[in-house]
Design a binder for this molecule. Structure first.
Ligand code: PXG
Ligand code: PLP
Length: 449
């Protein structure tokens, strides 16, 4: 074991595997040593422990749109730590959280008026699913217990989020303990119909009708909620076909099923609007958020719900706890104070408008890769994009891994899952930085055999 007291040797300790890394090929990282250790960050760049500067192509893990070491955010954190560093939210409130709830409700579509705070996307999702079940029960429709997710969806790793999620490797080890009654609609991606579409595909709205299949199978009276990411992020930026989300909304409304938009990635500007709900003009009954709300500096997540949902819970004895749910750190004052500063900066610097102006820049750059023989598909919407590579015969995932590892030596930190490279660059990126990012990726792909 490394002697931590005298001289901390990161390379040795990393190799020993003390830090069991999440969603990681741990043994491979241990082998690669300091090239995989991020030591400092400033603006849209990280620097690794072996001194390489990397452009942050995914804004951390989709969570740092304002870049790193933003002085106003750092200052807000310091100030709040001196003023009120922690405050319980069980039976108590703190000014930052109260004001933030008001502010987030104002940013959300009209009618979504109340905010329940959690600390991550996973917690936000599990909270929303529990609200859905409780809502129907309180209205005397306790038989509505089914939760519907979507194939290829990602809703975090709690038992609820994992169950409604649709990414097979995340599910198969835990197949025996899935939440009962969960089912999935099909995902709306079809390579033959939509490959190389810029923005929303014209084909595929009819796939929303797949929800009617599950209603016919289970009966609407047993279904509590449908949860979808407006744009499927983790699985590689699957963009909703034109009219698809509208159709899902209509079917949910018709059958009294709650519609939850999981906006953990799409919320707070990435789609060029406060929320994807506004970008696509569809109002869900709940929105889950996390990540960008605090620029990833302090963990925070939450659920925004309609008046109807909130008011349904506000019944019975006034001294009774209406919703037996919450986290020690719900409404954490440090996270809330940081969130205010993040939202101040987004407003003052017009960063959401900037996303709208960067969208065509990223679109044009990404789609310029179409001539590369190994490129299988290109997609984009808002300040997100994805490249699918053709897999190597007999070695699925090998090309993605190669591009990722070569990127670490070529100045780009890439997010590669299987053969897909996903992009969610910082809102503060310049057009030139986005073009340089894609130019580097072009070289990396061109070098693949
Ligand atoms: N819902 C959605 C839509 C997400 O994208 C979560 C829930 C879970 O959030 P937490 O904070 O519990 O991780 C997410 C998280 C990737 C990547 O590379 C995506 C996520 C997390 C890490 C990596 O696409 N999404
Ligand atoms: N486990 C134990 C033993 C606890 O006491 C608590 C909270 O008090 C939790 C888990 C839940 O922790 P959190 O509120 O941070 O989610």
């Amino acid at each position: 074991m490394a002697d931590l007291k005298n001289e901390f040797d990161c390379a040795t300790t990393l190799k020993e595997g003390r830090f069991w890394m999440p969603f990681t090929a741990n043994r491979r990282v241990r082998e690669q040593g300091m090239a995989r250790v991020l030591e400092t960050a400033k603006g849209p760049y990280y620097t690794t422990a072996d001194g390489t500067k990397l452009f942050d192509t995914l804004s951390g893990l989709w969570c740092t749109p304002l870049g790193h070491a933003q002085p106003r955010i750092t200052e807000a954190l310091r100030k709040q730590a001196d003023t009120l560093d922690f405050a319980p939210s069980f039976q108590l409130a703190n000014p930052e959280a109260v004001r933030l709830a008001e502010r987030i409700a104002n940013m959300a579509p009209a009618g979504l008026e109340h905010v329940f705070f959690a600390n991550s996307g996973s917690e936000a999702v599990d909270t929303a699913l529990k609200i859905a079940i409780g809502f129907h029960r309180l209205r005397g429709e306790g038989a509505r217990f089914r939760l519907i997710g979507r194939e290829r969806g990602y809703h975090g790793v709690g038992f609820g989020g994992m169950s409604v999620g649709g990414i097979v490797p995340n599910r198969k080890m835990f197949a025996t303990v899935m939440v009962p009654g969960v089912d999935h609609i099909r995902h709306p991606y079809n390579h033959a119909k939509v490959a190389f579409t810029k923005g929303q595909p014209a084909w595929g709205a009819e796939l929303a009708e797949d929800l009617e299949r599950l209603v016919a199978l289970h009966d609407a009276s047993t279904i509590a909620a449908v949860i979808v990411e407006p744009v499927q992020g983790s699985t590689g930026v699957l963009v909703p076909p034109i009219g698809y989300l509208q159709r899902l909304r209509e079917i949910c409304t018709k059958h009294g099923i709650l519609l939850i938009f999981d906006e953990v990635i799409t919320g707070f500007g990435r789609m060029g609007e406060n929320f994807a709900a506004q970008r696509f003009g569809v109002k869900p009954d709940m929105i889950t958020f996390a990540k960008a709300v605090t620029n990833g500096i302090v963990p925070m997540g939450g659920v925004i719900v309609t008046d109807e949902i909130y008011n349904t819970f506000m019944n019975g004895s006034e001294s009774a706890i209406e919703f037996a749910h919450g986290y020690t750190y719900s409404g954490h004052p440090l996270a809330a104070a940081v969130a205010h500063t993040v939202l101040d900066i987004m407003e003052e610097e017009n960063l959401i408008a900037r996303v709208r102006s960067l969208e065509p820049v990223l679109e044009e750059a990404i789609h310029s890769l179409r001539d590369l023989p190994l490129v299988h598909d290109l997609r984009n919407i808002g300040l997100t994009a994805a490249i699918d590579l053709k897999p190597k015969d007999g070695a699925p995932g090998a090309r993605g891994l190669e591009v990722f590892e070569k990127g670490l030596k070529s100045g780009v930190l890439l997010r590669c899952t299987g053969e897909t490279i996903s992009f969610g660059p910082p809102f503060i990126s310049t057009p030139e930085q986005l073009r340089d990012m894609v130019a580097t990726v072009r070289k990396l792909i061109a070098e693949l055999d």
